[in-house]
Ligand binder design. Structure first.
Ligand code: ADP
Ligand code: MG
Length: 704
């Protein structure tokens, strides 16, 4: 058996019991996994703090001093041990609630090194559960080094596997490796290491766990991070390559009657450069004989829908049926009406299928679909249900992809008989480039990075509750000019009222707004999640037709609404929204080409995150900048659509901090695969070998 797949229980200092806990607590089963349990921090043992210099609670400290007293306080479960620890500058308290048996063995009067995070209580400095070790005679003079700090848990600590204990078994592991360096094989070709000045794998692993100094630790981290990014990219790009080879796609050669008629008769404006470029990319994809899997990114209002529609026309001109899938009923309806408008005079059968289409109507629609009489089917999740059968589905557009899971997309694939349909996934949530490279690395990405002409940036204000009158004033001014206003309330998930509480917020808001904007001068639409779809639609339609000037809603309007006459977006309790959502909402105004405003209303008390979000929103309207800020704020794991992808589980690398390296790793992986697609060259044998070795631990596949 391979050395690295050996079970950790055979390692000196581990054994069955500890192995069991390591498995359960940290998911460490094998030598390899233990090796990859990297320190998350290092303590500079060259430095000792003086107790008098400890000023705040933010940093870990290391102190050398003498234990003066140790006392037991309290009884039973409340019992704790408290000691006084003194160095030449002062004293502090050490406290233990657990492991008392062991702590009692500490000797009063002896010299110890204490390490931990200080806390202040009643002006008194203390450290709870410090790491403490005797200053041994030989250690007194020996030059200390950086020492690793490992993540551990209470259960592990109870069995002696605190950070130090883990470091000890790590040493034991390296004792097994050391005699023959070949147990840790190199995974990168020599030419690549030379080109990038990366140290070898063995040295990197040794130095990440036991660095002699900062520089060595950084070189090790550099090497390991690159390896993580590089193999992830290599694996992803290869799987994409293999899909291209293995899966055939329909070939759409013809640019036919529908497309041309639309282009010449219905298209009322010049496409932007970005739209033309993306359309070309899509056309090229659909002509290759490979199946298209393309992500279309573009800010709200950048004109994705037309590009998507024109792609559908190409599929139709080649004799295929098409589908457009949207995340909500309202959005599906919006797509229906805008597509009906765009398709005017094209003689196409366009139908809507959602959960509310039932009975006879549904039955006959499904029959028509199976007979091939429907050209474009627009709908919600209902489209992927089993009874929905197409005669020949050639292309699918999925809107707002982050709401659809991988499984749902895979189901759509199977709706086509011979080959899978071409798939275009549209998202209005700009994804930072680094994130797109990882989470969507196996999709091709097109970006519409240019707004249609005439758009003005939306002026954004952040106002407190106390400035509400100002906000009302802005609303009245715009309404007087004949414009319309959105007021959005946050949706409170997991509320104990089961969705009632946001309706309550909305209704309370309604009372206030109605008082300020009385009938008959002003008309108000109200839309929320607990209404029947028909009622929702009616209210939205009234607003869309301009019969009401104010639309008050919970986030149901988050995606899709297009009322060009609306010029103000007021967001209530704006601090409860994430940046991506705020950006989406703001994009609902300013579609008519005139001045547009977004007013973010918050309470006076804001968390630092909340303040940062408001500030970002008032400073920029660039969706990519906002998504970068969001990524910094929340970390990659929390950006919508990436949670399940499983490609973000790097041990050391961080796509936010190491973005430049990620780009480099991707470029290099692309170059290598372009030159040597099968990794057959002698110098690339190390790559294939490492890919095979690590295959099982990297299960991923976004579209499969
Ligand atoms: P998205 O789906 O990206 O949010 P849409 O496709 O809905 O954006 O387009 C927003 C608005 O801009 C629509 O009213 C659309 O007709 C208009 N539009 C799209 N492309 C252009 C263009 N090139 N020039 C002018 N207006 C455009
Ligand atoms: Mg849209």
């Amino acid at each position: 058996m391979n050395f690295f797949n050996k079970s950790i229980e055979y390692l000196k200092g581990v054994g069955t019991l500890r192995a069991d806990i390591l498995k359960r607590e940290l998911g460490i089963f094998t030598y390899h996994q233990l090796l990859q349990h990297y320190p998350f921090r290092y303590v500079d043992k060259t430095k000792f703090h003086l107790i008098k210099d400890i000023k705040d609670e933010s940093e870990y400290v290391q102190i050398k001093g003498v234990l003066r007293t140790i006392n037991s306080i309290g009884e039973g479960r409340k019992r704790r041990l408290s000691g006084v620890f003194r160095d030449q500058s002062g004293s502090l308290e050490l406290t233990w609630f657990k492991g008392l048996h062991w702590v009692q063995k500490l000797a009063v009067g002896k010299e110890y090194i204490v390490y931990g995070k200080p806390t202040f209580f009643n002006q008194r400095k203390s450290i709870v559960h410090p790491e403490i070790s005797l200053v041994k005679p030989e250690q007194k003079d020996k030059a200390p080094t950086l020492s690793p700090v490992y993540h551990s848990t209470e259960k592990l600590k109870a069995k002696g596997l605190d950070s130090k204990g883990i470091s000890t078994i790590m040493k034991n592991l390296f004792l097994k490796i050391h005699p023959s360096r070949s147990t840790i094989e190199e995974s990168l070709p020599l030419y690549l290491r030379q080109q990038l000045h990366l140290i070898d794998r063995y040295s990197a692993l040794l130095a990440i766990h036991f660095p002699h100094n900062k520089q060595q630790q950084q070189q090790a981290a550099q090497r390991i991070k690159f390896e993580e990014f590089f193999f992830m990219q290599l694996r992803m790009l290869r799987s994409k390559q293999q899909k291209r080879i293995g899966i055939r796609g329909y070939i759409f050669k013809v640019i036919g009657e529908h497309f041309n008629r639309f282009y010449h008769n219905n298209l009322k404006f010049e496409l932007t450069g970005a739209q033309k470029r993306v359309l070309k990319e899509i056309r090229a994809d659909m002509a290759t004989g490979h199946q298209m899997n393309r992500l279309l990114q573009g800010d709200v209002g950048s004109g994705k829908t037309i590009v998507a529609f024109m792609s559908l026309l190409i599929a139709l001109d080649n004799g295929f049926q098409t589908a457009l899938m949207a995340p909500t009923e309202i959005l599906a309806q919006q797509h229906l009406s805008s597509i009906l408008e765009m398709a005017d005079g094209l003689d196409l059968n366009i139908q809507l299928l959602t959960g509310t289409v039932k009975g006879k109507k549904r039955k006959s629609l499904l029959e028509d679909l199976a007979a091939g009489n429907i050209d474009i089917l627009i709908g919600t999740h209902a489209l992927i249900e089993d009874p929905v059968v197409f005669k020949n589905l050639g292309m699918v557009v999925v809107d707002e992809q982050h709401r659809f899971g991988v499984v749902q997309r895979a189901k759509m694939w199977r709706k086509s008989k011979l080959n899978p349909p071409h798939i275009l996934v549209m998202t209005a949530t700009p994804i930072p480039r680094t994130l797109a490279m990882t989470a969507y690395g196996d999709l091709d990405v097109s970006v519409i990075d240019e707004m249609p002409p005439g758009r003005k940036p939306i002026t954004t204000y952040h106002k407190f509750e106390s400035q509400r009158l100002w906000t009302f004033g802005q609303m009245k001014r715009e309404i007087a000019k004949g414009h319309q206003v959105y007021i959005v309330y946050p949706l409170i998930e997991e509320s104990e009222y089961e969705g009632l509480s946001e309706v309550k917020d909305l209704m309370e808001g309604f009372v206030a707004i109605e008082r300020e904007f009385p009938k008959p001068k002003y008309q108000i639409s109200v839309v929320h999640g607990r209404q029947k779809p028909e009622d929702k639609k009616m209210e939205m339609d009234r607003f869309a037709r301009g019969e009401t000037q104010i639309l008050m809603a919970t986030t149901v309007i988050e995606v899709g609404v297009n009322v060009p006459n609306a010029s103000i977006m007021v967001i209530e309790n704006a601090e409860r929204f994430g940046l991506a959502q705020l950006h989406q909402l703001r994009g609902r105004v300013g579609r008519g080409g005139g001045d547009a405003y977004c007013i973010l209303m918050t309470g006076f008390k804001l968390s630092s995150d909340g303040r940062f979000r408001m500030q970002t929103m008032t400073e920029t309207t660039d969706g990519f900048k906002i998504s970068e800020a969001d990524l910094k704020l929340r970390g990659p794991g929390n950006i919508e659509g990436t949670q399940q992808s499983g490609v973000l589980n790097f041990k050391l690398a961080n796509i936010v901090q190491d973005g430049a390296m990620l780009r480099q790793a991707r470029t290099i992986a692309q170059q290598i695969l372009a030159k040597d697609p099968q990794l057959n060259l002698a110098e690339h044998q190390v790559l294939s070998k490492y890919l095979k070795l690590t295959q099982k631990t990297h299960g991923f596949g976004l579209i499969s």
